[in-house]
Write a protein that binds this ligand. Structure first.
Ligand code: GTP
Ligand code: MG
Length: 370
């Protein structure tokens, strides 16, 4: 049994593979680590596989897994997890983008009790070097989406990370695309994470395999993890996302209440449109309040701290503010910027929604003080 396994996914890396294996092995020696090197190759057509076989003859801690089906970086890393002979896995690119000298530090943090240790390009001290604009934008977009899921992690899509075996051994990973770390964070079992800054180094040799399809796959992955987390995760972040979702459902129900009352009062009770509409708006605000009070924010403990009519008053004021925002954005975008009024209204509704949620969350149903 080894102390740790360094997993190196490869696809046509004949120009780098020898050097990276040697560099990782040298780091093991310098730090007296009993480490395994597991190359997971997607049946490269160049000399990668034969070079690793040659290295394997010289070093008993080198292993190779050649995959012939289900080509893909994330799938390869996930296969690496199940073939590793240790309880700590560190994933590193073959092209020297990730500095092998950080391996002992990552291992040490795992030993200290962290479940996941991430090499971060986006925290202080980290960096992405001289990436062209397009790559920067794609990477920032991907990181931004990832951070919605894991707001405390600066680089949830890093390709350089260490995990304890227990994080993934029972996880139902659905690996695809490039961002295996996000899948591990989303589906794995872990509590403590730590990030270590590093400067991403652009590959000097060999070619990049990033394709546009990876962006589409990534969107699917984010959606999938979001759904999974919604039902399985009980962290503070996810509780807030759930509240926002419920708040949105209540908002939708309000549209039906509003329409129902408007139609009944106008067409059946003979009220004039302005009067019917005022009643419809006010009654939908009241029904939204009731549902949010009894359902969305039931678990906040606010009920013990404030009177119901204080909450109602606060909700009422915030809702009027939201309506004004909606009104101003709809008219502003339509008249001042010439944007289609339907698009303008959707933007107005979304911004008013965020306003309503944030203010009601923090004023009407403020978190109970612990
Ligand atoms: N097994 C396997 N490894 C892959 C695959 N695609 C990429 N890799 C490896 O994963 C690591 C990262 O891939 P890169 O092509 O360097 O991706 P990148 O860092 O985003 O792009 P560049 O550095 O610009 O090439 C490298 O070690 C690749 O050899 C794949 O489909 N299967
Ligand atoms: Mg690379």
């Amino acid at each position: 049994m080894y102390d740790l396994t360094v997993i190196i996914p490869t696809f046509n890396e004949e120009a780098n593979i020898r050097n990276i294996v040697m560099a990782v092995d040298a780091v093991f020696h310098e730090n007296s680590l009993h480490g395994q090197i597991l190359v997971v190759d997607d049946n490269s057509s160049d000399g990668t596989i034969s070079i690793v076989h040659e290295l394997k003859r010289q070093k008993e801690n080198v292993e190779i897994l050649v995959r012939e089906q289900d080509h893909g970086l994330s799938q390869s890393v996930a296969d690496g997890f199940s073939h590793a002979s240790s309880d700590v896995f560190i994933v590193i690119d073959a092209d020297f983008s990730h500095p092998p000298v950080l391996i002992p530090k990552m291992y040490e943090e795992i030993r200290k009790g962290y479940d996941v240790v991430i090499g971060s390009r986006y925290m202080e001290g980290g960096g992405i070097g001289k990436w062209p604009l397009k790559r920067r934008v794609i990477s920032l977009g991907a990181t931004f989406l990832g951070r919605l899921l894991f707001p405390d992690i600066t680089d949830p899509v890093s390709g350089f990370f260490a995990i304890r075996k227990g994080v993934v051994d029972k996880a139902q990973l659905k690996p695809r695309g490039y961002k295996i770390l996000l899948e591990v964070l989303g589906k794995g079992t872990w509590e403590k994470d730590k990030e270590i800054p590093f400067e991403f180094v652009d590959r000097e040799i060999g070619s990049s395999k990033l394709k546009l399809i990876t962006i589409v796959e990534y969107m699917q992955q984010v959606t999938d993890i979001a759904l999974f987390s919604f039902f399985h995760h009980e962290s503070t972040t996810w509780k807030e996302w759930k509240k926002m979702f419920k708040f949105g459902l209540v908002g939708l129900s309000g549209i039906f209440v509003n329409m129902g009352i408007l139609i009944s009062l106008k067409d059946f009770a003979g009220f004039s449109l302005p009067v019917a509409s005022l009643f419809a708006i006010e009654l939908s605000i009241l029904s939204n309040f009731l549902l949010n009070d009894l359902w969305t924010f039931r678990d906040t403990g606010t009920h013990k701290l404030s009177r119901w009519w204080h909450r109602l008053l606060s909700f009422q004021v915030v809702s009027v503010g939201g309506a004004i925002i909606n009104f101003a954005i709809l008219n502003g975008l339509t008249y001042a910027m010439g944007i289609d009024y339907r698009v303008a209204n959707i933007i107005g509704i979304l911004i008013a929604f965020v306003w309503n949620f944030i203010l009601n969350r923090n004023l009407t149903w403020m978190k109970a003080k612990e």
